[in-house]
Design a protein around this ligand. Structure first.
Ligand code: SF4
Length: 364
């Protein structure tokens, strides 16, 4: 007698198994991006190399050409365009929970917000810190001691240096000091990407994760909105140098990023075409496995939307007009603009994105 087989079961199509390589590529944590364990790069630096880094850091402070502004000043005596001398000015030091899930984890990212910046973005979302000298002055040794406090008291997953382009020698000296005093967590260099190659060379071996923005592409746009016509050309070279140092972003099995490159792009209203070009550049000239965060949170800030002032004829007094500054970016981004950049990224072959979790748990 034939065994009974329910009709529905018989009609059910066979389950097709996906090839292993296909499902592995959809996971950020899959090999080759998974590390068994991780030791920060500064831990592997010899005492000779550490001494050479220290001496180069002091030399840079005495003749500062560390960012593309190339002021050439002695920062022990005066300041350049960034208005910061030989001590770093720090606004906030604390565990921070506003970063990517793989960076902040469960305990937070040990964030150090530096005051001032070498760019002057008209829309800066942190302008109260980056356009104004606002905070406490710390020597490299004091800064390094704070790294240790963040590790010991805050149990943070990493030290996250935010807007550090103009204090690279101080940061290098602080990492070396903290290493000698027990620092053991990875270091993140969280930058606008307006860095010089000399400055990235000084950081080689000290930084584990590079977290650059790539803001805009066209020189006319960067001149108007960032006050740096050479921004995109500089960012292209900087990001390629960062990738050469640390490679693609890698994680330990707990989902925390430990080493590699994570690029952020803030979608700007009306500038989605430049975002598309940036995505193609990342895929073609950096890596198809580049981890990218396409950010949607732009809002008008800093100088955007402020009333324009006009000088009265024959008088020194200023008149406030009804017009606003940077009116074209005085709005939030649309869903369509965000999706245009995302589609361009996928079309270019990028696939590792910082997406919100598709489940109720943490996106780790
Ligand atoms: S870091 Fe400051 S002083 Fe040095 S080149 Fe840049 S803006 Fe000038």
């Amino acid at each position: 007698m034939r065994p009974f087989t329910p009709r529905l079961l018989r009609r059910k199509p066979p389950i097709r198994m996906q090839p292993a390589a296909q499902w592995r590529r959809s996971l950020h944590l899959a090999p080759p991006f998974l590390l068994d364990d991780y030791m920060p790069r500064y831990m592997m630096m010899s005492s000779v190399d550490s001494a050479m880094k220290r001496s180069r850091a002091y030399a840079h402070l005495r003749n500062c050409n560390l960012c593309p502004r190339e002021c050439g000043v002695n920062r022990y005596e005066t300041t350049g365009m960034c208005l910061i001398g030989d001590t770093a000015k720090v606004n906030v030091i604390a565990p921070h929970f506003g970063e990517e899930p793989c960076v902040q984890g469960h305990n937070g990212s040990g964030s150090v917000f530096f005051s001032m910046c070498n760019l002057r973005c008209s829309f800066c979302q942190n302008h109260d810190i980056s356009h104004q000298r606002n905070g406490m002055d710390l020597t490299p040794e004091e800064l390094g001691d704070w790294f240790i406090k963040l590790q010991q008291v805050g149990s943070v997953h990493n030290i996250n240096l935010i807007t550090p382009e103009h204090v690279v020698p101080q940061v290098a000296l602080a990492i070396l000091h903290a290493k000698d005093n027990g620092l053991r967590v990875p270091v993140i260099y969280n930058t606008s990407a307006y860095d010089s190659l000399a400055s990235l060379e000084l950081l080689d071996g000290l930084v584990d994760i590079y977290l650059p923005d790539f803001k805009l592409w066209e020189p006319a746009s960067t001149k108007r909105l960032l006050k740096a016509e050479d921004y995109a050309a500089t960012a292209r070279e900087s990001i390629k140098a960062m990738q050469a140092q640390v490679g693609d972003l890698c994680f330990t099995p707990d989902g925390i990023a430990k080493k590699g490159l994570l690029v952020r792009h803030l979608v700007m209203p009306g500038y989605e075409a430049e975002g598309e070009i940036i995505m193609r550049f990342l895929a073609e000239e950096v890596s198809k496995d580049c981890f990218v965060n396409i950010m949607e949170q732009y809002h008008p800030d800093a100088h955007v939307g402020k009333p324009k002032r006009r000088s009265k004829k024959g008088s020194e007094a200023e008149e406030i007009t009804d017009d606003v500054r940077y009116a074209d970016i005085n709005r939030a981004v649309t869903q369509e603009e965000i999706s245009t950049v995302r589609k361009a990224a996928e079309k270019a072959g990028l696939w590792r994105f910082c997406d919100p979790p598709k489940h109720d748990g943490f996106n780790l």
